[in-house]
Design a protein around this ligand. Structure first.
Ligand SMILES: Nc1ncnc2c1ncn2[C@@H]1O[C@H](COP(=O)(O)OP(=O)(O)O)[C@@H](O)[C@H]1O
Ligand SMILES: [Mg+2]
Length: 361
């Protein structure tokens, strides 16, 4: 399943543009602030029904247009058949249409693996960033997970409100029961994901690493989650005292090790980048091999952060797996050793497509 064409209307700095894509690698080229990330965001938005940025959807309307609305249309090719997905959003509503017929949003059309420079920081950042990273990756594989997470954090904020404002223990206990129920499900997904992804990521990491290094990934719970409800009950007095939720899946962490050592404290930037790159590649391969799913890859400005070896590895895997990719770049020099005649260069200037070149054609 591939995206053959996109039409963007009034989305961010785009007025009306139509772009034809190749089913191989699409390099999206342009100077700063021209609309490269916006293009990736439009593809991500229509396929995930949300942005990858933390924004209000109203921010997506083109500011220069009086009408507060945008449209995104994709032409998809699947088994030689074409069909369209259309998203219309205005101030009041958001509509999806498939082949012109109004439908509810379906999360399974095409899965998107997103790779942005922020991802490269997760190792160094606090546990919150790593939890978000993990949760976002799991959402791609399992659409239901999105609701679980949303529900959990809603319950958590309600419980925190109670802890701050009321001290009705029994009411808090009813929240604890639901939090434990949700939390246990979330942990199951997180452990399942890591268990399946880690061996693939380890292989990839081993190939990129200079010295045959071994990558391990551990889930580090903040409490004994096998006794979820009991633990919550045991902490209730303390939580009332501190006026906040002290235990639960929102406090857990993920630890990465290379040759048994925690990489947060010792790994070089290159090693940390390789870890994240290996995780993303592992997801692509996992989807392809075990679900026979054809994900697309959206890669924003990451190429400037990767050296030749890592770039080559990534491109080789994309080609071997026939993964349709959208890679933004500010400088064509970055890919001079990776590009081939099946790829496409799409040049963007101030929200307009300047050139749409297929190399070698
Ligand atoms: N809602 C909007 N309406 C009009 N222009 C926007 C909107 N949101 C962002 N922009 C513009 O888009 C440009 C940034 O686009 P972006 O895709 O992030 O650039 P880059 O090519 O560097 O990735 C900026 O010039 C910004 O002002
Ligand atoms: Mg950008």
């Amino acid at each position: 399943m591939i995206i053959n064409k996109i039409k963007i209307e009034n989305f961010r700095n785009y007025t009306e543009e139509e772009i034809l894509f190749t089913n191989k690698i699409n390099y999206i080229l342009g100077d700063n602030a021209q609309g490269k990330t916006n293009l990736l965001e439009s593809i991500f938005f229509i396929l995930n029904n949300e942005s990858f940025k933390n924004i209000k959807e109203e921010e997506l309307f083109n500011e220069n247009n009086k009408l507060k609305q945008f449209n995104i249309t994709l032409e998809i090719i699947n088994d030689n058949k074409k069909y369209s997905i259309e998203l219309n959003k205005n101030e009041n509503k958001k509509n999806y249409k498939i082949n012109g017929v109004k439908r509810d949003f379906k999360n399974k059309i095409i899965k998107t693996i997103l790779f942005i420079p922020d991802d490269l920081q997760i190792v160094k950042e606090g546990p919150g960033k790593r939890r978000d990273f993990l949760d976002n990756e799991i959402k791609i594989l399992f659409p239901n997970y999105k609701n679980l997470i949303k529900n959990y954090y809603k319950l958590l904020s309600q419980k925190n409100y109670l802890l701050k404002n009321r001290r009705d223990k029994n009411l808090i206990r009813t929240f604890n029961i639901q939090l434990a129920e949700n939390g246990k499900e979330i942990i199951k997904y997180r452990l399942f994901f890591l268990k399946n992804i880690t061996p693939i990521a380890r292989n990839t990491y081993n190939t990129i690493s200079e010295k045959n290094e071994i990558l391990s990934i551990n889930y580090k719970p903040s409490f004994n989650f096998n006794n979820y409800e009991e633990e919550l009950e045991l902490n209730l007095e303390n939580e009332l005292l501190r006026k906040q939720s002290l235990i639960g899946i929102h406090r857990d962490d993920i630890i990465f090790y290379i040759n048994g050592k925690n990489i947060k404290s010792f790994a070089s930037q290159g090693q940390q980048r390789s870890v994240v790159l290996s995780l993303k590649i592992a997801e692509l391969e996992y989807l392809k091999k075990y679900y026979n799913y054809f994900p697309i890859l959206l890669l924003d400005d990451v190429f400037s952060e990767l050296d030749e070896k890592r770039k080559n590895m990534l491109i080789r895997i994309l080609r071997e797996n026939n993964i349709q990719s959208f890679i933004t770049l500010a400088n064509i020099e970055l890919i001079k050793n990776q590009i081939n005649e099946n790829d496409k260069i799409i040049k963007i200037n101030n929200g307009k497509i300047e050139e749409n070149i297929i190399i070698g054609k």
